[in-house]
Design a protein around this ligand. Structure first.
Ligand code: AMP
Length: 268
């Protein structure tokens, strides 16, 4: 059995425990249909980790991988925002970190991700967007995937989208979302047809609280301090592809799909 390093693992604890203190011991540690270690289905892919600073285009490219390969997208930021919006005890705890632009502690993040990864739709792989963000999370992830037989033939795949600092600031400052349908826009790169309105339902677009310039600054500092070592770590232990995120969106997608094909080819 793989050792879970750095982050203590309490399966399902976060979401279940806080609503019902007796629920923790009732939850399984392994997925009931988990394959033996190394035994993920032959057509599985990854899991695929999307890496890059906030605003590098991870979410957009992740959605295109979803459409092409039919894998679920797991965005920790989206899961956390949903918990905050729902006002759950976990959400209140998360909000304290997110509103300050700080990273959520590893243990809390891993508990939430574990619960999500154990759902059956992740059997053939998944796309992780916004996770892992630290070396401790990555070490935990590798152990967890191995223990649950969730690594596909090419192992963990990492797509690292790179963007220069100034371009990044421009993108984050222009980012808007629709509070009704969740669709994301960007005044700089993906503007809506009518300024300030959602293309789908016409709702007035909003800026995420953590895209406020001061919070953006905090997020970039947190990224540089904690995430750059992660890139070096993952470069050593995954099928790692670095792709220029400032190219036109369709070209980035073509490069991402090319990288996934190369990983598959290498595993055959
Ligand atoms: P994102 O939408 O990925 O930029 O995430 C929004 C916020 O959620 C971040 O600024 C962090 O506060 C928190 N967050 C999301 N994913 C993680 C993670 N893997 N580790 C720590 N904090 C996270």
């Amino acid at each position: 059995m793989a050792t879970i390093t750095a982050v203590r693992f309490r399966p399902f604890a976060l979401l279940a425990r806080r609503e019902d203190p007796s629920a923790e011991s009732a939850q399984p540690r392994r997925r009931p249909d988990a394959a033996a270690p190394g035994g993920a289905p032959a057509d599985s892919l990854g899991p695929i980790v999307m890496l890059g600073v906030p605003g590098a285009g991870k979410g957009t490219q992740a959605r295109r991988i979803v459409e092409r390969f039919g894998l679920p997208q797991i965005s920790t930021g989206d899961i956390f925002r949903a918990a905050v919006a729902a006002g759950t005890p976990a959400g209140r705890e998360l909000a304290g970190y997110m509103e300050k632009g700080e990273l959520v502690p590893d243990e809390l993040v891993c508990e939430i991700v574990a619960a999500r990864l154990l759902l059956p739709d992740c059997r053939r792989g998944c796309i992780l967007d916004g996770f892992p963000r630290t070396v401790a999370q990555a070490e935990w992830l590798r152990g967890f995937l191995d223990e649950n037989g969730m690594l596909g033939p090419c192992g963990l795949i990492v797509i690292y989208l790179t963007v220069g600092y100034n371009e990044l600031y421009r993108r984050l400052a222009g980012r808007r979302f629709c509070p009704s349908c969740g669709r994301i826009y960007n005044d700089a790169t993906q503007p809506p047809r009518v300024a300030g309105r959602c293309d789908v339902d016409g709702t007035e677009l909003q800026q995420r609280r953590d895209d406020d310039p001061q919070v953006v600054r905090e997020r970039l500092i947190a990224y540089e301090e904690q995430t750059l070592p992660l890139i070096e770590y993952l470069r050593r232990c995954s099928c790692f592809h670095q792709i220029l995120g400032t190219d036109p969106i369709d070209r980035v997608t073509a490069n991402v799909f090319g990288a996934l094909a190369a990983c598959r080819g290498a595993a055959e």
